[in-house]
Write a protein that binds this ligand. Sequence first.
Ligand code: MN
Length: 210
Amino acid sequence: MPFTLPDLAYAESALEPVIDAKTMAIHRTKHHQAYVDNLNKALDGQAEYSAWTLDQVCEQLGSIPETIRAAVRNNGGGHWNHSFFWAMLAPKGQGGAPSTDLAAAIGASFGSFDAFKKAVQDAGLKRFGSGWVWLVRRRDGSLAVSSTPNQDNPLMKGFVDNAGTPLLGVDVWEHAYYLSYQNRRADYLAAIWEIVNWNDVNRRFAATSA
Ligand code: MN
């Protein structure tokens, strides 16, 4: 603490044309920065939580005093989700491919890789208003596609369906895609596969298999 905006591993323009540079700049330095600032503000003077990691903030949301819990939920979730999202994206051609183990687990859970992508697409389109769609490794080891509203995420057990470890997540707030896609969330969701950093997803999957 205080929490800070993480560095990007690639240039703001590196995800074009799937995500344009202006969207990246505004999304990261305005929206994400605001979540960081407001999380720090909410936790200011709360010495008990000063050593907590961002993961702990999300996982132990129920231990946060009710007076600040909503602010911590929205902004701690916002900080976690965006930090995750930037790392889970990579310039086209640089993200690798699903590992053999992950591909097998996806096939076993969803029937096929295309069926998995369709589940993500459907969950993203069904999310009314703002939120996220996730590939989650649940506590029993199974995989699920689910969606959370606002800045909630699967780490927030007791607050969300399908709690577990997020492996892949897509921001479906309009601020994530509006400049390039306007109202066409489906097109954004279809294009995002071109810039998934599978190396990062594989690493997270392997860590939950250990
Ligand atoms: Mn966002």
